[in-house]
Design a protein around this ligand. Structure first.
Ligand code: 8OZ
Length: 367
């Protein structure tokens, strides 16, 4: 029987175990520049089979929160190089999550304080985090403007550049953030996309931007170190779809031939309930559709897993399990799971913003 502690190949990535650190926004990158403290934080967690960075903006327009990192300026790349170097020195492996927030932003974070961009001029009824005088404050997102179709190639180009930058920084690959109500999912789902052009309406049109982004990135850095995160039914950031099974099954057919390293599936509500009574979704069917269509990427699952659930998921055919909140508080999560040791409890008050406290000061078992 496969265990969490068995290695696995995912495209070009070789994971020493099936435990991934899920992407976690921590708002500790002032001016969007990764810091030495971030290098320490990721290196502390390097025993994970794979580290996935916090969501990282591909361009100034892609920013939606205070103090989240970017991957487009020289200073940002220099900061990330220290992160990948520290992780590799600790024998870890790290991919960067590429992010465009779309409408989940605030004018104060946008270039020239313009409106955030979205498929349609529909406001997301959700909050973003602004850090004012060091204190994280949740504020309503701003009213977005609808993107002109002529602007979309520029956004695809920004993803391509960010992927190139990722490799230049020493990342082992990239994970495209197409989940949690951000730009790519805004195009996918009916609740945010009312376009009448080639990027709205039918399944082909609503998946078009996402697939253009995937193709640009795989063309740039190779499919075997490109991955994607999806959240078929999450209500995160006010996102909804009328028929999620339909569009995600369709997407599996499109992604299957592209040779991605892994698919990362958030089951249920991100950071919340795994079962949503009014939004049933068949994840086994999703995987079956992908495999039947020839998809060979590793299947990564996420959301509120513990060890027993993770082992069940592997037995049911998942390849990798991503742990989020447990990784905030347990840098040595792999060892703790292996030894059935108790886990430290994460402190919500220090999730977003601040310094070392609640970030790099959680003790290991040995400490
Ligand atoms: C929590 C706070 C801010 C951003 C996501 C990038 O949900 C995020 C995020 C999570 O994917």
């Amino acid at each position: 029987m496969t265990t969490l502690f068995d290695p696995i190949q995912a495209g070009r990535l070789h994971l020493s175990n099936r435990i991934a650190m899920a992407p976690l926004t921590r708002n500790r990158a002032p001016d969007a520049i990764p810091t030495p403290l971030m290098a320490q934080y990721y290196a502390q967690r390097a025993s994970a089979g794979l580290l996935i960075t916090e969501a990282t903006a591909i361009s100034p327009q892609a920013q939606g929160y205070s103090d989240v990192p970017g991957l487009y300026s020289t200073e940002q790349l220099d900061g990330w190089k220290k992160v990948t170097h520290a992780v590799h020195a600790a024998d870890g492996q790290i991919v960067v999550q590429l992010w465009h927030v779309g409408r989940v932003s605030h004018t104060s974070l946008q270039p020239e304080h313009q409106a955030p961009v979205a498929p349609s001029a529909l406001r997301a009824h959700t909050k973003t985090v602004l850090i004012q005088d060091g204190v994280p404050t949740f504020v309503d997102t701003s009213m977005p403007r609808a993107l002109d179709a002529a602007e979309l190639p520029g956004i695809v180009q920004d993803y391509r550049h960010a992927a190139r930058n990722a490799i230049a920084c020493g990342f082992d690959g990239v994970e495209i953030h197409a989940a949690n109500g951000y730009l790519l999912e805004q195009f996918l789902k009916t609740g945010a996309n009312q376009r009448t052009d080639d990027y709205g309406g039918n399944l082909k049109n609503r998946t078009r931007l996402l697939l253009e982004v995937v193709r640009a990135i795989t063309d740039e850095i190779g499919p075997d170190r490109t991955a994607i995160r999806l959240s078929p039914v999450t209500p995160a950031n006010d996102i909804t779809d009328d028929h999620p099974q339909q569009i995600f099954d369709y997407l599996m057919h499109q992604l299957a031939p592209l040779g991605l390293a892994y698919l990362h599936i958030v089951e249920g509500a991100t950071g919340g309930a795994r079962e949503l009574p009014d939004q049933p979704f068949d994840y086994a069917q999703l995987k079956a559709v992908y495999r039947t269509a020839g998809g060979q990427g590793a299947w990564m699952v996420n959301n509120a897993y513990d060890k027993a659930m993770a082992e069940q998921a592997l037995a049911a055919g998942a390849d990798i399990v991503a742990f989020g909140r447990p990784y905030i508080a347990n840098p040595d999560l792999v060892e703790r799971l292996q030894r059935n040791a108790p886990l430290n409890t994460p402190d919500r008050a220090t999730f977003y913003g601040g310094g070392a406290e609640g970030y790099t000061d959680y003790p290991t078992l040995d400490a």
